[in-house]
Design a protein around this ligand. Structure first.
Ligand SMILES: Nc1ncnc2c1ncn2[C@@H]1O[C@H](COP(=O)(O)OP(=O)(O)OP(=O)(O)O)[C@@H](O)[C@H]1O
Ligand SMILES: [Mg+2]
Length: 259
C-alpha cells in the first residue's frame, strides 16, 4: 500500500522543503521506494534534490494541465535516492489556468494514480499558501504532515490549516488524516519554544512526533550542494533527526497496518 503524504503549512519558511527532501532521502535509505512531488513554483525541493530547475522542459505544471504524464516527467534524484516530479516558476501560472479546467482540484490525484503502485511513499512539498496547488496536494494525499516552528503565532496559523483540512475532508477527500505535527528548527533553550511545544502536545497528543528537528546549519547548507543533508552529511545532528523521523513514520505506518 502506497502512503501519500502532503507536507503542508501555509506559513512560509517553517521547514516544509527541508522536511520533504530529507524525509524522502531517509525513507529511501531504509529501502522504501519514494516519489517526491515538488508542488511549489519556487522549485526548492527540485534544486535541493540536485535537479537544475531552470533547464527543465517538462515539470509538474504540464502534469497538472494534462499535457504530460507523471511517468514521463519524473526524474531520478541520484543525490537523494528517490524519484522527483520537479517544478519551476512556470507552475505559478497553473493557479490561474487550473480554474478553467474540469476537476481542477483532482488533477494531481488523477495524474499520480498510474505511478502509485510502484512507490511505497509519495511526499508532496506544498507551497506556503492555501491555494489551488495546495488543495491539489491535499486531495491527492492520504494524510498531512505539518512542519512548524514553536513560535508565538504558530498555533493561530495551525487552526486555519486544520479548518482547510476539514473542508477538504467534507467536500473532496474524506479519507484525509493528519499524519503528524513536526517541530522544526527547535531550540530547547527557548522557554517560548517549550511552552508552545507543550500546548501542541496537549491539543494534538500523539499526533505530535516524538522526533524534534533541531536548528542545524548543515540542513541549511545542503541545498547549495544539490543534495539532502541526510545523504550529504548523514552524521550531523539535523540528519540524524530526519533519519529518526523516517523511522518514526515507518513505525506508525507498520502500527496502522497491523491495527
Ligand atoms: N532545522 C533547520 N535548521 C537550520 N535551518 C533550517 C532548518 N530547517 C530549515 N532551515 C532553513 O530555513 C529556511 C526555510 O526552510 P524551508 O525552505 O525548508 O522552509 P519551507 O517551509 O519549505 O519554506 P517555503 O514556505 O518558502 O516553501 C531554509 O533556508 C532552510 O535551509
Ligand atoms: Mg518550501
Amino acid at each position: 500500500m502506497t502512503r501519500v503524504i502532503a507536507v503542508t503549512n501555509q506559513k512560509g519558511g517553517v521547514g516544509k522543503t527541508t522536511t520533504s527532501v530529507n524525509l524522502a532521502a531517509g525513507l529511501a535509505q531504509s529501502g522504501q521506494r519514494v516519489l517526491l512531488v515538488d508542488l511549489d513554483p519556487q522549485g526548492n525541493a527540485t534544486m535541493g534534490s540536485g535537479i537544475e530547475k531552470s533547464t527543465l522542459k517538462e515539470t509538474v505544471y504540464q502534469v497538472l494541465l494534462g499535457l504530460a504524464s507523471a511517468e514521463a516527467v519524473k526524474q531520478r534524484s541520484t543525490s537523494g535516492g528517490y524519484d522527483l516530479l520537479p517544478a519551476n516558476r512556470e507552475l505559478a501560472g497553473a493557479e490561474v489556468e487550473l480554474i478553467e479546467l474540469d476537476h481542477r482540484e483532482l488533477r494531481l490525484k488523477m495524474a499520480l494514480e498510474p505511478v502509485l503502485e510502484r512507490q511505497d511513499f509519495v511526499l508532496i512539498d506544498c507551497p506556503p499558501a492555501l491555494n489551488m496547488l495546495t488543495v491539489n496536494g491535499l486531495v491527492a494525499a492520504d494524510s498531512v504532515m505539518i512542519p512548524m516552528q514553536c513560535e508565538y503565532y504558530a498555533l493561530e496559523g495551525l487552526s486555519d490549516l486544520v479548518n482547510t483540512i476539514k473542508r477538504v475532508r467534507q467536500h473532496l477527500n474524506p479519507r484525509l488524516e493528519i499524519e503528524g505535527l513536526l517541530r522544526t528548527m527547535f531550540d530547547p533553550r527557548s522557554t517560548l519554544a517549550q511552552q508552545v511545544s507543550s500546548q501542541l502536545q496537549s491539543h494534538f497528543g500523539t499526533k505530535v512526533y516524538a522526533t524534534v528537528i533541531p536548528r542545524n546549519i548543515r540542513l541549511a547548507e545542503a541545498p547549495s550542494y544539490g543534495a539532502p543533508a541526510v545523504t550529504f552529511d548523514g552524521a550531523c545532528k539535523g540528519s540524524l533527526a530526519y533519519l529518526q523521523l523516517a523511522a518514526e513514520v515507518l513505525e506508525r505506518q507498520a502500527g496502522a497496518i497491523a491495527a
